[in-house]
Design a protein around this ligand. Structure first.
Ligand code: GTP
Length: 496
């Protein structure tokens, strides 16, 4: 019993020890489960995450769902990023950009990424609302700066603080640049009244010899047949034309035979009277250049190449401007490349708009149509349409001109068709005149380059041929060298 009892005691004791040991192990395991939840050692590695999330303040928007997702995130971020966590969750899909940007809520984050937004608009203020407001002004500031100054548009938002202060100094400097616009000083065209008298010397220089020669003959007192032939030749050389020449010689013969004189002044008076009669001061030389029936007057300018059409249109614009008319120019000479530029320059000098095509060879009728349309819209007094020079014997070209006329007339009657004739071409110009008159209804003639020829007689010849008056004469290349034709001044300059 003694030994058995001892053995039993020992066994019991061992069993107790084993039991106690087991319990101890169990206890230790239970603690081990909790340690997973608070592993301070894991935090350091997560910091970078936290800082990454700051950036995500702006980036988060791209992936809102990630932030809304698992609780793990919450678990992980809870410690450092309280603010962010909450807002990201709200942000989800709807408010992508703005809200998140606004998020800088956590004051500390502001300086890092969104400094600009907050800074520009006196940040701090309120949390959420502030952020929205903050952002708007930032944008507008940047926009304004972008509009006025051209300086580092992208950098500005980031350096918003400095920007507003720099803006006032840089902006005003950039703005003055456009000032040059008002600079273009317009020409003040010379008055047109008596312009022909003021240009008399040009006519006298070129055509004065006719008068001198005639007066010398007439003042002889008694003229032989040979002298009368000389008179006739002089008049024909001046391109007066056969018929008017014969008329004039007959009239002078009669005067001499009745009142034979050697007084040059009397002879001059005879010549003046007879020439003036041929030039016909009774013709209506008025130019239709005023509004009619609530629409602008339309003036179409035609002629062969190089007669001075474009120059004449430019000069005529000046004449009208000098008479307080509002004018629109139409560059329907789309054939000669430089014509539209040339016309535009003329117009710009007196502040007159030019309607043109940017394309060489464009349909001249379309340009003419647009010019007249613009004249209507601008309520101008007159629209002057320049056309391409064309050979009078080319059927296609003349048809094109007739088309220009027809197209214009679809929206506006044509009040004037001015035929530009180069006076130096003399009688040859008459053949052109006839053909143009068939294609379009010519209402007036512009005789150019009268300053460079002794063929002033063409005035009479062309009027007789077309039965239309010479309304304007070109007496030089200067901008104001176009004059309304005044018969008395013309004859006076010839007779001297
Ligand atoms: N001396 C003088 N030259 C003139 C006069 N009118 C025009 N000219 C000159 O004539 C030349 C031709 O003038 P433009 O206006 O280009 O002639 P255009 O008829 O439009 O020519 P195209 O478009 O080719 O048919 C230019 O050198 C003008 O300066 C004038 O009255 N007197």
């Amino acid at each position: 019993m003694g030994i058995d009892t001892l053995t039993e005691y020992i066994l019991v004791a061992v069993a107790l020890l084993v039991l106690l040991g087991g319990m101890a192990v169990g206890l230790l395991r239970g603690r081990g489960g909790k340690s997973k939840e608070l592993p301070p050692e894991h935090r350091p590695p997560e910091r970078p995450k936290g800082s990454a999330d700051h950036r995500s303040g702006t980036i988060v928007l791209d992936r809102p769902s990630e932030h809304a997702k698992p609780e793990e995130t919450k678990g992980d971020e809870t410690p450092d990023d309280e603010g962010l966590a909450g807002k990201t969750a709200e942000t989800p899909a709807e408010e992508p950009a703005d809200p998140t940007l606004a998020e800088p809520g956590p004051a500390e984050q502001t300086p890092v990424d969104e400094e600009p937004a907050a800074a520009t608009t006196t940040p701090q203020a309120t949390p959420e609302a502030t952020t929205d407001e903050d952002f708007t002004p930032v944008e507008s500031d940047a926009d304004e700066r972008a509009r006025t100054a051209a300086t580092a548009p992208t950098a500005e938002p980031t350096e918003s603080d400095a920007a507003p202060q720099e803006a006032p100094t840089t902006e005003p400097e950039a703005a003055p640049e456009p000032e040059p616009a008002p600079e273009p000083e317009l020409d003040a065209p010379a008055p047109t009244r008596d312009r022909m008298r003021s240009l008399r010397s040009r006519l006298a220089r070129s055509n004065g010899a006719i008068g001198k020669g005639l007066l010398a003959l007439l003042s002889q007192g008694s003229l032989t047949e040979e002298d009368w032939e000389d008179v006739e030749d002089t008049l024909l050389a001046a391109d007066l034309g056969m018929e008017p020449t014969t008329e004039l010689v007959d009239s002078l013969r009669e005067r001499v035979s009745v009142d034979g004189t050697t007084d040059p002044e009397v002879a001059k008076d005879w010549l003046y009277q007879d020439l003036l009669k041929l030039v016909d001061p009774t013709m209506d030389r008025g130019l239709a250049a005023s509004r009619v029936d609530g629409r602008p007057a339309c003036i179409l300018v035609v002629g062969v190449n190089g007669t001075g059409k474009t120059t004449t249109v430019g000069k005529l614009a000046r004449v009208l401007v000098a008479n307080d008319r509002d004018v629109v120019l139409g560059a329907a000479d789309t054939f000669r490349a430089a014509a539209a530029d040339q016309l535009e320059t003329w117009g710009a000098r007196v502040g007159v708009p030019t309607i043109r095509s940017d394309r060489d060879g464009a349909d001249p009728a379309a340009v003419a149509f647009d010019a007249v349309k613009a004249g209507h819209e601008m309520e101008s007094d007159a629209v002057i349409v320049d056309t391409a020079g064309r050979l009078h014997n080319k059927v296609g070209l003349m048809d094109e001109l007739a088309k220009v006329k027809r197209v214009i007339e679809k929206q506006n009657p044509i009040d004037e068709v001015l035929l530009v004739l180069d006076a130096t071409t003399g009688q040859n110009g008459l053949a052109q005149a006839k053909v143009f008159a068939e294609a379009v209804n010519i209402t007036g003639v512009v005789l150019t380059k009268l300053d460079g020829t002794a063929k002033g007689g063409i005035v009479v010849a062309v009027q007789r041929t077309l039965d239309v008056p010479v309304k304007l004469v070109g007496l030089g290349e200067g901008p104001d060298d176009l004059a309304p034709f005044v018969p008395e001044a013309f004859v006076d300059a010839i007779v001297g």
